[in-house]
Design a protein around this ligand. Sequence first.
Ligand code: SF4
Length: 402
Amino acid sequence: MNQFDTDFIRTKFLLKGYKEVEFPERADIYIINTCTVTKGADRDSRKYIYKAKRINPEAVVVATGCYAQVSPQELASLPEVDLVVGNTHKREILKLVEEYLERKNPGKVFVGEIFRQGEVKNFDLVVSFEHTRPFLKVQEGCNSFCTFCVIPYARGKVRSVPLPKVVEAVKRLADQGYKEIVLTGTQLSQYGWDLKDGTNLLKLLEELIKIDGVEYYRLSSMSVAEIDKNLLDLITSSPKIAPHFHLSLQSGSDRILQLMKRNYTTEQYARIVNEIVSRRPITAIGTDVIAGFPTETEKDFSETLEFIKKLPLAYMHIFPYSDRPFTKASQLKPKVPPKVIKERVNLLKELDKEKRKLFREKMRGKTVRGLVLKNSQILTENYLTVENTTDAKEGQIVKVKL
Ligand code: SF4
């Protein structure tokens, strides 16, 4: 999602005639599209802000994105920050920067009420300049309010792009010759919930797979609780859906899942993952896991490890738990000591390495489709990056024997 937003901002500036330079080159304007998913993400965002101002103390440094939305005053208090533009105002970022440059606008913080946002506004500019694969944001926001998660406060509630608009955009991309399209959203499986006309992800995919020219769609984050039988049937049977899914687990302990207010059990999660992989064995399933959620005991954590060991997962993203603003979990006690969280992260990282290796070994000898990227690499439909040893050019689909 953030990649999409960054491309959106980049496109706005490029179309207006600005020139982009590689960070950390000297520039007149730095836009830091921040993330706030963990405390570490906040820290990293601040590091880029400090660095930008160090490179050019005269530059305008703009902090935008989720950290700006959730903690605008914290960022505004940094002397290195000239402008704070929340997700609510991202669309107007070019105008705000230019007004600032012309000293027309004395304000520093442009952040509105995220829960008042209407439809997904920045939908038109979908194709970035650097991706061989266009990213299409079809949905933004999440209605789940998991107890550890700040995302709904940063992205708001679900807003979806109406189905005909998505179809129209995809047709345009297909005509331009794009073979892989990535459908993105904060929580893709909640697509359509706000439209109140029965639109949902299944209906969207049913329409999209009819469009000629696109080889496959890659789906971003979905929740297993929102994958019903019909959706499962479609994503495991249609060659137009890439066999690669990201299904967040967060914990392998049912006690912790309940405290997190995740709306599935480990049994449900395992059933969906096993079903997908048994129906389509080349599928790569990735997951997110949080280490050290408040009250997580040794027993809860070893349950998580044991649970993941048994699952056919291809990779994991591991997050050390940290308290986030507005969340219920931040009030929950006892907290797991940072040292223990670190140990648990390390154990999960080892398991992740093993999972990645096992997945590669399992795929050895299999023939899959892949998209040629611009750096003579191929990204396979099941999310492996391999060297391009063919003559195929960027943007083409090739068959790859792994
Ligand atoms: S479903 Fe995902 S984005 Fe939504 S609140 Fe839960 S963790 Fe956050």
